[in-house]
Design a protein around this ligand. Structure first.
Ligand code: FES
Ligand code: FES
Length: 166
């Protein structure tokens, strides 16, 4: 029987386009592996119960809660964090729009919000405001209010449709 706290598991995965091999505790959550072992602190650990969305990252093309997935489950996966998406300029227009529309204050929710927003736009290039709200409803923002966030995502959707940047 696996001891979640003492047993170690070897994993091999890709993180932000780079191969990573590690030996992780069987019970370690992916968000903790990324933050503590890989020094990728952009995604936050807050509720750690899958409620707030602060830990949202991309795994095999899907936005997932890093606090609900074990690092061991990411063996063989293609993992992207806000750092990697930023470095390869995939979400520059979203980041610029968040700034332009004052869609962040403390910024705590912002990395998860951006990954979730990009996830939506990758599946639905022209979402309605209602669809944007629905998609981001699992990402809590305690300071900004959602109007500005929805504005920013809508702006980027329109801009991408015209082939430009926000
Ligand atoms: S820390 Fe993962 S959803 Fe809140
Ligand atoms: S900007 Fe502070 S929690 Fe969203």
């Amino acid at each position: 029987m696996t001891d979640m706290f003492r047993d170690k598991i070897d994993i091999s995965l890709s993180v932000n386009g780079e191969p990573v091999e590690a030996r992780v505790p069987a019970g370690q959550h992916l968000i903790d592996f990324l933050r503590l072992d890989q020094s990728l602190t952009g995604a936050h650990a807050s509720c750690e119960h899958g409620v707030c969305g602060a830990c949202t990252i991309r795994v095999d093309g899907q936005a997932v809660r890093g606090c609900l997935m074990l690092a061991a489950q990411a063996d063989g996966a293609d993992v992207w964090t806000i750092e990697g998406l930023t470095d390869r300029a995939e979400i520059t227009d979203l980041q610029d729009a968040f700034v332009a529309r004052n869609a962040l204050q403390c910024g705590f929710c912002t990395p998860g919000m951006l990954v979730a927003a990009e996830d939506l736009l990758s599946r639905n290039s022209q979402p309605s405001r209602e669809e944007i709200r629905e998609h981001l409803s699992g990402n809590y923002c305690r300071c900004t209010g959602y109007e500005a966030i929805v504005d920013a995502v809508e702006l980027v959707a329109r801009s991408r449709a015209k082939g430009g940047t926000a």
